[in-house]
Write a protein that binds this ligand. Sequence first.
Ligand code: C2E
Ligand code: CA
Ligand code: CA
Ligand code: CA
Length: 279
Amino acid sequence: AKQNGRNRFCFYTAEIQAQSVRMLLLENALRRALERGELSLNYQPQFRSDGRCIVGAEVLLRWQHPELGAVSPAEFIPVAESSGLITSIGEWVLRTATQQLRTWLTNGIPVKTLAVNLSAVQFRQPHLADIVAGILSEAGIEAGRLELELTESVASDDPVAAVTAMNELHARGVQLSIDDFGTGYSSLSYLKRFKVYKLKIDRSFIGGVIDSAEDQAIVTAIINLAKGLGMRTIAEGVETEAQAHFLRKRGCDELQGYWLSRPLRADEFAAFVQAHRAM
Ligand code: C2E
Ligand code: CA
Ligand code: CA
Ligand code: CA
């Protein structure tokens, strides 16, 4: 038994070691990803909850490495955060997305808003509002067309600084939404102080909304909470018509998920918007 335990221990440390080797490998590869043009953006349509009208898109980062293949953002974003690379990558995402939006608008493709994910690390950098405003004006995009998706973790270590940063972005006209809402540990009191425009109901609740009374209760409560606070709601990870129907009936404003569309390349997204307009 003792022998066994030691083997397990060895196996465990070997696994941890392999994991940190992978992280180091990714960090080094990520350092060059920008200049080598390995990063690109996908756009996942966001619909009004009647499913008829596309209101915008969420911008999702993709990384295609020549040897490693496609690396999931769920794996490389944490590496980008711990290494500090997220600051330059995040600015690249904002710049590329706003310039893409400019191109679409110039070509007569109607896209109201783009929602861009912002890491808590980026959110902590000083002058964030100035940086964002600079990128918007470079692209010639009004601030109201940009939505920044923040997770509840932005408020966890320095709530006062977070309120200041949010107020600065809000003052510039940028819209803020809370991503993965309901999965964080923060108290709800911050919703009173933050200028939050929209709550994004986490996919984990949407998945159970047909079969689980608990998920139904949670989703209904979030929608009603948002209404009471004058905020909008969007559901992420909508995969079936039944889920969409439930959400619409409860008064959720917008839907996003595979049932409506997967994340698309820029050219596919433009064609998707055009096809929907023709309908
Ligand atoms: P997220 O912000 O919660 O993004 C939604 C994720 O759900 C995306 O995964 C999307 O492809 C996926 N998804 C969309 N619809 C469905 C559906 O109907 N069913 C299921 N099962 N999944 C769906 P993705 O693209 O792999 O991104 C993972 C996470 O990586 C994102 O989660 C976000 O936290 C992060 N991320 C992606 N791009 C960026 C970025 O530019 N900056 C930052 N800071 N984080 C990013
Ligand atoms: Ca998001
Ligand atoms: Ca999310
Ligand atoms: Ca989520």
